[in-house]
Design a protein around this ligand. Structure first.
Ligand SMILES: Nc1ncnc2c1ncn2[C@@H]1O[C@H](COP(=O)(O)OP(=O)(O)OP(=O)(O)O)[C@@H](O)[C@H]1O
Ligand SMILES: [Mg+2]
Length: 244
C-alpha cells in the first residue's frame, strides 16, 4: 500500500458484524449486519436511544468483545482475529478511552494517572510525568496536579480522564457517554476539549451518546435503532469546527 492509499483508507472498517448474546435458551441479537467506515481525523458519533446497541458497537470496535460474525479492522489490522495478548498490546499502542465513570486509579495522583499510558510505551518516569503535567495544565488542572481522584470534582476527574486518553496520541479515542454524569456547562467544556485534541493531533474519535446536543459536535452521525444503522450522515454544521 502506498502512503496515499494509507491516508485514503478508512482508519476503522466494520465489515458486516453481528453480535448475539446467548441468555439461557434465548439469544439477544444486539447488532445486526453493521457496515461502517470511519476516516482518520473524523469525530464519529454513534447515536441512538437506550438499548439500541451503541455500547455493544463501541465494544466491538475497540476490541473489548468479539463479534459473533463479521470483522473489524483498525488501521488495516483485523482486531477481531487477535488473541488476548495481541489485543492488549494493540490497545495500549493505538487506542485511548474516556469512560463515563472516569475510571481513574484511586491511589494515583492526577499526574500519575495521566502519565500511565506512557508507562506502557516505556517512557521514563520524569519524562512521562512532565508530559502529564503539561497536558493537565492544558485541560485547566494546573492546580490539581498532585490531587487524588477523590479530591477532585467529577468535571475535574473527566478532564484528567481526557488528558489520559490523549497523552500517548492514540490513533483512535473511544468515548462512551463521556459527559453522562456532568452538568450542561461542564459538558460543553469537555466536548470542546475532546474536539480540540482530536483536531490538533488529527485523531479519530468514536463518541457514543443518546444526546442530540453532543452528537452535534461530530463530523459524522451514525444512528442505531434496534442494532441496525438506520442513517449514516455527514454533519456539515458540526460544532467542533465552529466553536473551539
Ligand atoms: N452482555 C450482554 N448480555 C446480554 N445482552 C446484552 C449484553 N450487552 C448488551 N445486551 C443487550 O443488547 C442491547 C443493546 O445494549 P447496549 O448496551 O449496546 O445499548 P446502548 O445503546 O448502549 O444503551 P444505553 O444508552 O442504555 O447505554 C440491549 O437490548 C441489551 O440488553
Ligand atoms: Mg450504552
Amino acid at each position: 500500500m502506498t502512503p496515499s492509499d494509507a491516508r485514503s483508507r478508512p482508519i476503522i472498517e466494520v465489515k458486516n458484524i453481528r453480535k448475539e448474546y446467548p441468555i439461557g435458551d434465548e439469544t439477544v441479537v444486539a447488532l445486526k449486519h453493521i457496515n461502517l467506515n470511519v476516516m482518520r481525523g473524523e469525530i464519529c458519533c454513534i447515536f441512538g436511544t437506550s438499548g439500541s446497541g451503541k455500547s455493544t458497537l463501541l465494544n466491538q470496535l475497540a476490541g473489548m468483545e468479539k463479534p459473533t460474525r463479521g470483522e473489524v479492522l483498525i488501521g488495516g489490522v483485523p482486531i477481531s482475529r487477535l488473541n488476548e495478548n495481541q489485543l492488549a498490546s494493540f490497545r495500549q499502542r493505538h487506542l485511548g478511552f474516556v469512560f463515563q465513570s472516569y475510571n481513574l486509579l484511586p491511589n494515583l495522583t492526577a499526574t500519575e494517572n495521566v502519565a500511565m499510558p506512557l508507562l506502557f510505551r516505556g517512557v521514563p518516569k520524569a519524562q512521562r510525568e512532565a508530559a502529564a503535567r503539561k497536558l493537565l495544565c492544558r485541560v485547566g488542572l494546573s492546580h490539581r496536579l498532585d490531587h487524588f481522584p477523590r479530591q477532585m470534582s467529577g468535571g475535574q476527574q473527566q478532564r484528567a480522564g481526557i488528558a489520559r486518553a490523549f497523552i500517548a496520541r492514540p490513533d483512535v479515542v473511544f468515548a462512551d457517554e463521556p459527559t453522562g454524569n456532568l452538568d450542561s456547562k461542564t459538558t460543553v467544556e469537555i466536548m470542546n476539549m475532546i474536539c480540540t485534541f482530536a483536531r490538533d493531533y488529527h485523531q479519530t474519535i468514536i463518541l457514543v451518546t443518546h444526546d442530540p446536543e453532543m452528537a452535534s459536535y461530530a463530523h459524522r452521525i451514525v444512528t442505531l435503532i434496534d442494532g441496525e444503522i438506520v442513517s449514516n450522515q455527514v454533519n456539515n454544521k458540526e460544532k467542533s469546527r465552529h466553536e473551539t
